[in-house]
Write a protein that binds this ligand. Sequence first.
Ligand SMILES: C[S@@+](CC[C@H](N)C(=O)[O-])C[C@H]1O[C@@H](n2cnc3c(N)ncnc32)[C@H](O)[C@@H]1O
Length: 207
Amino acid sequence: MDLEEYIEKHIDREPDHLHALYRRTHLTRLYARMCSGHSQGRLLAMLSKMIRPAKVLELGTFTGYSALCIAEGIADGGELHTVEIDDEAEDELLELFASAPVGDRIRLHIGDALDIIPTLGDGWDMVFIDANKRNYCDYYELVLPRVRPGGYILADNTLWDGKVVDGEAHDPQTEGILAFNDLIAGDERVEKVILPIRDGMTIIRKK
Ligand SMILES: C[S@@+](CC[C@H](N)C(=O)[O-])C[C@H]1O[C@@H](n2cnc3c(N)ncnc32)[C@H](O)[C@@H]1O
């Protein structure tokens, strides 16, 4: 048994509808490993239940797994706005959110996050950044002024399979993550920690 399996056996079980979604993602999608999955999904749900956000923004919907997890913790009457650039995913996502538990709290926006963020207003309690790794710095600079003081930004994949420390990787995605991590480390406007869960998740709190 590896550590991930051990963790999964000792945390809340994965809800049935999310287990089915995870399986479906792996049967139908080429880059299925982008899907959050059991342990990260339960972490997102737990953080959302701790924060109890009324307004959540997610960048990078993929097959909807993380959106459904975060939506579990949204305050009564609250909403999660999720942005996905792949318009071919739209029908399937709308069908999923119409039928899944807490899916009625989710609003889907199809398009480039960089174009859509400015159209969605401000006052975000919680933002989950999980779209194009090359653009993490741009997402952050667009989002931070729109997060309320005391609000949270979670950024996924910030350890990028360990490539952040191997010194050999110079592809655009690794460069994007390295620049983002340096930007956050030096940003006095926020408090920050990195959780080494799965591919690394940075939790940022706006002062
Ligand atoms: C890592 S996956 C998201 C996984 C999902 N949040 C989860 O945890 O299950 C990244 C997604 O971001 C989308 N994406 C990439 N660039 C984007 C952009 N500029 N704007 C919006 N979505 C984008 C991709 O199409 C992909 O579906």
